[in-house]
Write a protein that binds this ligand. Structure first.
Ligand SMILES: [Zn+2]
Length: 321
């Protein structure tokens, strides 16, 4: 009883003390309604917006934004939004239609503005591709490798550009929040700096010749370039095109020839293809990587920072041996 009273007393003291601790401009009673096209971007907007914004995310946890079908509720959220944040680089193929249908006049902020997009892809089939400009080469390959890679968030350096664009978009829509958005963005960017150092160190501990993996779609190109991992995928940069039997056969040959140690399933794709590939080779299934979406709150990747930690943990566990 005595303990309970002490606890209650302490809580009451805390409640009285907290208003005095609050600093800066208080958040407005009406939060700024904003939309983010997918969960990873939604997290950046929440980090920068803090308690001044109410974020609606269109493609939620574990969702595949490449093949998403917008709902009437999405159109409603876009209509009500004061800013709409999108990835761009061709990631959200359904976006223009949704914006038009919603009739929104809100500014559309492209979060990858200023990022250098990957347009060339890791040439994983050099030994097989006809060297000449054979017009059948692309057909035979089954999918187009000539497009832009939209998965820029997988490099932490790029994530900092997303955060700066989100900050500027929020300030433009809500100038009264300038100090709050600037401070939140700076604090979060400092966390991303620390994360970047940590991720580089963790991957550097894996022997370079072990840093080769297979994922189902080509979502980790920016990650691979930034942190020295070779990633190969039977599907292209979008999940829209399914891997052909030829693509799968090529991957299997490549795993054997290059002794690629592990294949990974992704949270947004069907794991069966990767499981089948693992079965036909000596590669092990190295766990789940979060590629294009966060996990739900109960999962290991409910924020961008946790997603990076989770992915690096899975990679290290499968490759560092
Ligand atoms: Zn993707």
């Amino acid at each position: 009883m005595l303990n309970r009273r002490i606890v209650l007393g302490a809580l009451a003291g805390l409640a009285l003390a907290s208003p005095a601790l609050a600093q800066g401009t208080p958040a407005p009673a009406q939060k700024l309604p904003v939309v983010a096209s997918f969960s990873i971007l939604g997290d950046f907007v929440k980090q920068v917006g803090g308690d001044r914004v109410a974020v609606t995310t269109i493609v939620g946890p574990n969702g595949d934004a490449h093949v998403y079908q917008p709902t009437p509720a999405d159109a409603k959220a876009v209509t009500a939004a004061k800013v709409v944040f999108v990835n761009g680089l061709g990631f959200e193929g359904w976006l223009d239609r949704l914006i038009k249908a919603s009739g929104t006049k809100a500014p559309i902020v492209v979060a990858t503005q200023g990022i250098t997009p990957r347009t060339g892809f890791v040439d994983h089939d050099e030994d097989e591709k006809p060297k000449g400009k054979d017009k059948h080469a692309k057909e035979e390959h089954g999918h187009d490798h000539g497009g832009i890679d939209p998965h820029a968030w997988q490099s932490i350096a790029n994530a900092k550009v997303y955060v700066a664009n989100v900050r500027d978009g929020l300030i433009a829509a809500d100038p009264d929040g300038r100090d709050a958005y600037t401070a939140n963005a700076a604090a979060y960017t400092a966390k991303l700096d620390a994360l970047e150092t940590e991720v580089k160190a963790a991957l550097a501990r894996i022997p370079a010749e072990q840093r080769r993996i297979i994922t189902s779609h080509d979502a980790f190109g920016y990650f691979g370039e930034a942190y020295g991992v070779v990633l190969v995928a039977p599907e292209g940069v979008s999940t829209e095109s399914e891997a052909s039997a030829k693509d799968v056969a090529r991957i299997i040959r490549q795993i054997k020839a290059q002794k690629i140690p592990a294949v990974f399933v992704e949270n947004i794709t069907d794991p069966r293809l990767m499981q089948r590939i693992a079965k036909e080779t000596s590669a092990k299934v190295g766990g789940t990587l979060y590629s294009d979406a966060l996990s739900d709150d109960k999962g290991p990747a409910s924020t961008y920072i946790d997603m990076m930690h989770s992915n690096v943990r899975e990679l290290s566990a499968a490759l560092a041996s």
